[in-house]
Design a protein around this ligand. Structure first.
Ligand code: NAD
Length: 493
């Protein structure tokens, strides 16, 4: 039987030459699990040349807020393949997440996290679980664009793009096709976020049609997540926007057995980064306790990516054999199930001793025959006809009665533009608001042109300057457009 715990892309296939890779040993348990991982894959015959860089805590504390020196970026970009141990992000403000920065700078749009139970050798409530979470890795709320707008309100922009959706959804279907998986499920919350998650869902439906041999379905994320935690065997490949994928891939790894067992691949058009999904577990550091399996799973995905699938296969089968033999680190050790509790180094040596062996009960893997993924570059579509149809002006106002604000605003000289609606945290409070609605100091005032009038940017500028003259504190505007005649914001009442 073929186990489905990996993938590979087209770039390095059939080039069985030495491949230079960048390695960062990270912080906490990072150096121990990286040493164990490298020892195993080199013993299995990986043809890699290692170029090591320093990232993480020391670099942060030396004053580099990104946790990485500029010359290290040069090395990562030159080698294109990066094996990274977890790092510690120092507490306190001002430090940027190196993981998020790396994924976005290098265009690593696809995060692939296989989560498979190892029943009956690792305790799990879900013995037949075998899912792969494909998480969009660059956009969504991770754009990091946040602002304080009023005394009471801060905002975080959720950005979803068509190229971002097309690339990740196609990746999920291509992965499913290559791995002979039967179904791709999409999780979104498009009943609430009709434009952003709505676009993700729409693109999913469009691309699914190109893969009629693969079943497809969409779940609203809340009930989908509950179903996944309760009945993971109902799912196969699950694709989702960034934040949902971040949360649910940890849940999936944990319910499969342990976060310490799962690896992750971050794939872009040029570069790729491989890692464990867990963090640097500082309290376990330096004690030869940590389980190196998560990082080893990342390294196995890396070997497949660089075309060394035979080595990946040897390592994975030896690792499965070791797990099956009950040689377990503390995190998965269970009396009555496990046979021997070992440290990081001893676990690595047990895997090395099992190279060439295949598991008996767990499914052995067969990687060597994989076809490459077909991932064409995104092609921008012709621009739609875009027409300005209204504007939302956001106002900082400490009052509580929307009628009062509307009366104040209606003193403005708008010309051909009229106030059509006021909302507070998205709820309409004027006209005909409810007195029960709680209001903050953050008001969205929607303006639309009079009948037959074509709104211009000049009208918006006039609107803002007359608001300024009246002492109304405008904090931002959002232009409302129709695209090829389609207006999303239909409620331009
Ligand atoms: P964590 O994943 O480091 O550890 C949580 C707990 O899980 C640990 O206390 C330990 O009991 C267990 N654990 C995790 N990995 C294990 C392993 N390989 N073997 C055995 N047990 C393991 O999460 P945390 O404590 O929230 O974060 C610690 C640090 O890691 C923070 O600084 C955080 O920013 C960082 N972090 C880094 C990454 C990354 O570099 N990719 C990811 C997540 C967190």
């Amino acid at each position: 039987m073929i186990c489905k715990l990996h993938f590979c892309t087209v770039k390095y296939l059939k080039h069985k030459t030495m491949k230079k890779i960048t390695v960062a040993k990270g912080d906490g348990i990072g150096p121990e699990i990286m040493d164990a991982t490298l020892e195993i894959i080199l013993a299995a015959g990986a043809k890699i040349e290692i170029e090591e860089i320093e990232v993480g805590e020391k670099v942060y504390l030396a004053g580099n807020t990104a946790g990485i020196a500029p010359e290290s970026w040069d090395i990562i970009r030159r080698n294109k393949v990066f094996l990274k141990a977890p790092i510690t992000t120092p507490q306190g403000g001002g430090y940027k997440s190196l993981n998020v920065t790396t994924r976005k700078f290098l265009g690593l749009y696809s995060n692939v996290r296989p989560c498979m139970s190892l029943h009956p050798f690792v305790r799990t409530k879900h013995p037949v679980m075998d899912i792969v979470i494909v998480r969009e890795n660059e956009e969504d709320l991770y754009a990091g664009i946040e602002h304080q707008q009023t005394d009471e309100v801060v905002q975080c922009l959720k950005l979803i793009s068509r190229p971002g959706c097309e690339k990740i959804v196609r990746y999920a279907f291509e992965y499913a096709k290559q791995q002979n998986r039967k179904k791709v499920t999409c999780f979104t919350k498009d009943n609430i976020m009709k434009q952003t998650d709505g676009l993700f869902h729409q693109v999913f439906d469009e691309i699914a049609k190109e893969y009629p041999e693969i079943e497809n379905e969409h779940w609203i994320i809340d009930i989908g997540a509950a179903k996944m935690a309760d009945t993971p065997e109902a799912f196969d490949v699950i694709v989702m926007p960034n934040l949902y994928g971040d949360v649910l891939s940890d849940v999936a790894a944990q319910i499969a057995g342990s976060v310490g067992l799962a690896g992750s691949a971050n794939i872009g058009e040029e570069c790729a980064m491989f890692e464990a999904i867990h963090g640097s577990a500082p309290r376990r550091a330096g004690q030869n306790l940590a389980n190196p399996s998560g990082l080893l799973q990342g390294a196995i995905m890396m070997l497949n990516h660089i075309g060394q699938s035979d080595v990946a296969e040897r390592v994975q089968n030896a690792w499965l054999t070791t797990i099956e033999n009950g040689i377990h680190t503390y995190d998965i050790f269970k009396e009555g199930v496990s046979k021997q509790k070992v440290g990081t180094k001893e676990f690595a040596h047990a895997v090395i001793a099992n190279l060439g062996k295949s598991p008996v009960t767990l499914s052995a893997v067969k990687y060597a025959t994989d076809a490459p993924l077909n991932l064409p570059k995104y092609v921008r579509k012709a621009a739609a006809k875009k027409e300005l149809v209204g504007v939302d002006v956001f106002v900082h106002w400490a009052g509580t009665d929307a009628n009062e604000l509307a009366a104040k605003i209606n003193q403005l000289n708008f010309g051909q533009v009229e106030l059509s609606m006021i909302t507070n945290r998205g709820i309409k409070v004027w006209p005909e608001g409810f007195k029960e609605t709680f209001c903050t100091d953050h008001w969205r005032c929607r303006f639309k042109p009079g009948k037959g009038y074509q709104l211009t940017k000049g009208d918006i500028i006039n609107l803002l300057s007359s608001a300024e003259n009246l002492g109304i504190d405008t904090i931002k505007t959002e232009n409302l457009y129709s695209f090829d005649g389609y207006i999303f914001n239909l409620c331009l009442s």
